[in-house]
Design a binder for this molecule. Structure first.
Ligand SMILES: *[C@@H]1O[C@H](CO)[C@@H](O)[C@H](O)[C@H]1NC(C)=O
Ligand SMILES: *[C@@H]1O[C@H](CO)[C@@H](O)[C@H](O)[C@H]1NC(C)=O
Length: 230
């Protein structure tokens, strides 16, 4: 029986090949192992504490991807920005409703005697649950007392998510608007009747249509924080 012989060179090649494939596996595993942000639940309710260069507000956020709608119910601290914009505004502390439909229609209104409503048509729908896909991982950081993973997306937003619970804790827009998530109720849905814009929103005289390229996108975003990203 002939003795099989393997040359030392062959052994070296095999070992080298194994090592190369091992290390390339490790390095690709490393780049794939960066944490990714949890997609948003298709329906949730959050209370958000907002600080925009010292102007404070609370936002009741009802995200409802399932029904293609998103609601920001905004309470400025003591109604202050309304007073600045319109000193004759008597009802201090009233709520501003920012109701966004996935077909691009946005209603912004108050529910008081003034019957103010603006309706806007923009080219994009509400944020998708996976809107954070492709964000760049920046590492871990403590924020608001929570140990978080941090991502940045296209210089627009810095996003902080609790490492253990995967809940959003905080995000900051490039404009400096800073959001602190106070509650996060997954699956909470606002009843249908509350999504009905008041009848004066359908008064043709108050309807303004804007393409998405318009500056009004930012104006919408100046209150409706989710739009600000787009
Ligand atoms: C709001 O943000 C400003 C910085 O823009 C900061 O000085 C201030 O302390 C913040 N206020 C609250 C209540 O977090
Ligand atoms: C979008 O949907 C809302 C709610 O059903 C509706 O009031 C609005 O007119 C729609 N807009 C368009 C452009 O179809």
């Amino acid at each position: 029986m002939k003795k099989s012989s393997v040359s030392p060179i062959t052994v070296l090649f095999v070992v080298a090949a194994i090592l190369i494939s091992y290390y390339s596996d490790v390095s690709s595993a490393e780049s794939n192992s960066d944490p990714t942000p949890a997609p948003w639940p298709h329906q949730f309710h959050s209370i958000l504490f907002v600080n925009f260069t010292g102007s404070l507000s609370l936002i009741d956020l009802w995200y409802d991807w399932t029904n293609g709608r998103n609601f920001n119910i905004i309470q400025d601290q003591l109604g202050s920005s309304e007073i600045i914009q319109n000193p004759s505004f008597a009802s201090v502390g009233e709520l501003l409703y920012d109701l966004e439909w996935n077909n691009g229609t946005v209603f912004r209104y108050t529910l008081d005697d003034k019957k103010k409503c603006s309706s806007t048509l923009i080219d994009v729908g509400i944020l998708r649950p996976n809107w954070l896909d492709g964000a760049t991982y920046l590492g871990q950081q403590f924020i608001d007392g929570f140990h978080c993973n941090v991502w940045q997306k296209v210089d627009f937003i810095w996003y902080y998510e609790d490492i253990v619970t995967k809940r959003p804790v905080h995000w900051v827009f490039y404009t400096g608007r800073s959001i602190h998530v106070m509650t996060f109720e997954v699956g909470a849905v606002l009843e249908d009747a509350k999504w009905q814009a008041p009848v004066y929103c359908f008064d043709k005289k108050q309807v303004h249509d804007h393409p998405a390229s318009d500056n009004d996108i930012l104006e919408i975003g100046s209150k409706g924080i989710l739009r600000e990203f787009i």
